[in-house]
Design a protein around this ligand. Structure first.
Ligand code: C2E
Ligand code: MG
Ligand code: MG
Ligand code: MG
Length: 279
């Protein structure tokens, strides 16, 4: 496993590696325990219209707090879940939980869209797509309410299979979003051939909009490209007013980031909406 991860390098034994291996083992067994003991939770991060500040949707983000109160970040446990081939079941749980939340919100007149992150194992071919649709529909939601996020990295795994899944999901009315855009290596040709509705500009570029605004040309280029392809753009990781204002000036209409809010439990999102409606 180590050797595989390190590409062409030889995996020499070192005390540091041994420690890494032990850490991973412990994380693995805690992960199985977490699945059984329902230690996972979904939090929701607002996506807003930059102009008005109005909430238009949320992104569901997995949270894991173990029995003794440690929080493990998805960046740590998702790669392990994928390796253990458990991302399928965890992904199903995410879809089901998010669907129930959507139904609950709709019943109360809250019409936010729901973005969920999909991993490569959930996007392999038509069957995988049917599985997603079946769950979404069985839980009382409609494809149009969903934004399915995938990364450039996911696209690089078995591209034909993933593209097949994307095509049918898009035909059924799901919105598709390319996450972390600019971090990976999507070819522009591919961007045009895929049924994408949304590009999410990676935080990396939003960060560079602070200070001397060295990041502007890239963000401008992404926005121009998206406009020509009729794709909407959401900027990720907006933390400052300066970033927000630059994004708006460059023509970006939607944003997500700590400036407004990080991922929060559902009831806190409801409170935000109430405050929005009364002000
Ligand atoms: P992502 O889909 O790109 O999600 C955005 C990440 O950026 C989240 O990290 C969010 O908390 C963080 N973020 C948002 N705004 C800001 C900001 O203003 N500043 C900073 N510093 N960070 C911000 P998180 O929750 O740790 O998730 C990391 C990644 O884990 C996600 O990146 C996504 O790729 C993956 N992930 C999370 N939940 C799921 C899931 O249910 N399924 C799958 N397959 N992947 C998931
Ligand atoms: Mg995402
Ligand atoms: Mg992202
Ligand atoms: Mg990211």
């Amino acid at each position: 496993y180590q050797a595989k991860k390190q590409g062409h390098q030889l995996a020499f034994y070192s005390p540091g590696m041994e420690q890494q291996r032990l850490q991973r083992l412990s994380l693995e067994s805690r992960f199985y325990h977490a699945l059984e003991c329902e230690e996972f939770q979904l939090h929701y991060q607002p996506i807003w219209e930059i102009d008005s500040g109005r909430l238009v949707g949320v992104e569901a983000l997995l949270r894991w707090t173990d029995a003794v109160g440690n929080r493990i970040s998805p960046g740590e446990f998702i790669p392990i879940a994928e390796d253990l081939r458990l991302m399928g079941s965890l992904g199903d749980w995410v879809l089901k939980t998010a669907a129930r939340q959507l139904v609950d919100w709709r019943a109360r007149g809250i019409t936010l869209s729901m973005a969920v992150n999909l991993s490569v194992s959930q996007l392999q071919g038509r069957q995988a797509a049917e599985h997603i649709r079946d769950q979404v529909v069985a839980n009382g939601t409609q494809p149009e309410w969903w934004h399915l996020e995938l990364t450039e990295e996911t696209l690089m795994h078995e591209p034909e299979e993933v593209e097949e899944a994307m095509n049918v999901l898009s035909d059924w009315g799901f919105h598709l979003a390319l996450d972390d855009f600019g971090r990976g290596y999507s070819s522009l040709a591919r961007l045009q051939s895929m049924p994408l509705d949304i590009l999410k500009i990676d935080k990396l570029f939003v960060d560079r909009l602070d200070g001397d605004s060295a990041g502007e040309p890239i963000v401008q280029a992404i926005l121009d490209l998206a406009r020509h392809l009729s794709i909407h753009v959401v900027a990720e990781g907006i933390e400052t007013i300066a970033q927000r204002d630059r994004l708006w000036a460059l023509g970006c209409h939607w944003g997500q980031g700590f400036l407004v809010s990080g991922a929060r439990p559902a009831d806190e999102i409801e409170q935000m909406i109430e405050t929005e409606q009364t002000s």
